[in-house]
Design a protein around this ligand. Sequence first.
Ligand SMILES: [Zn+2]
Length: 372
Amino acid sequence: MEREFCLVKPLFLNLRTGWFDRSMYGSNLVFAKDIAVSFIQGRYRVNADSNKMNISEFWFDAEFKTGKKEVLTKVLVNQRFLRLKKVVVKLLRFLLLYFPKDKLYIKASGSGFHVYFFLKDCDKETWELFIHHILYRVRIPNTKHVSELTFGLDIDSILSSERKISEIGSWNKVKKDFKHEVNYLNFNTWVSVDKFFELVSYPFCSSSESVQYPLQYECCNMSEKLLREAKKAKSIGTRESSNSLLLTKPSRVLEFKGNIQKNDSAYQLQKHCSCYWNILRNPDSQWYARNFLVKWLIYSMQLEKAEILELINKYNAWSDYEPRITAFYVEKHFKEGTNESKVKRPPKKETLIKYGLCKNKSKRCVYGKLYK
Ligand SMILES: [Zn+2]
């Protein structure tokens, strides 16, 4: 893969144990030729800027989530297998309209499935166009922030730009021994598209010797048909302000019972247009929406980190709110070199509309106004 794709960035994890936080600083990342462990645990998703051929990887994470803590057993995974298979079949049937089946890869990750392929001549913008279009067309539920058993795709992970991916041959030791999310040891294994359609139970793999690997990773050629369709959908989408992300649950906004003083920053969030206030009061607020909110608080309202955390703590209605995790992510906006601090301005009004976060199409939206 490294040779075929002419990779110019070290993407592979050189650790036996699985992903560690330390890997964020690049110290555990190597080129494939320098891997010293006996089987690859993981790598970063291939983005166009990591290779000379403008190859972008499309990666879909199909899983089930209940929203509650549970320890997975093989019996449980098999009970849910057929419903999960339906999700993957739906995705495959769409992808097979555009890409050859021997270049679509499936791996069984222990309880879910990864479906992925590599596309030549696909820059970052085309990747974004395609990923939104595919998610929109397949209309599979998002498994993030669910409160009942849901079969679908981890859309937040699929859309994230720097994505860590477990590789074929990796094991779930961290999940089993540290996170206690599963009670069995499993190795990531490859399943061909034909084999997948025949499966009647989950293809567990309990030893490294029985791991199946594809002969090699090959990339697909650009599908002009998909490109045409995605562009067309996008132009219609902008006109009607519909977006792939609308396929997530319709947004709920919880009312805040209490008085908000005029000198409180929260007051400004509702004064002209309530798009940012709604992000704060929506129990299912998506990660990208929260990022928009933080950017707005920093670059338009000029708040300091502590003020932002205080405001969020006081007024948020997020069902998964965890002050320490929120602080961790807000911190990233203030730290140089993170994804979050790359763009140093408030989100554009068009962006909010595109993501379905601002219904106010008139000029009254707060975008562009600066408060002190
Ligand atoms: Zn607005």
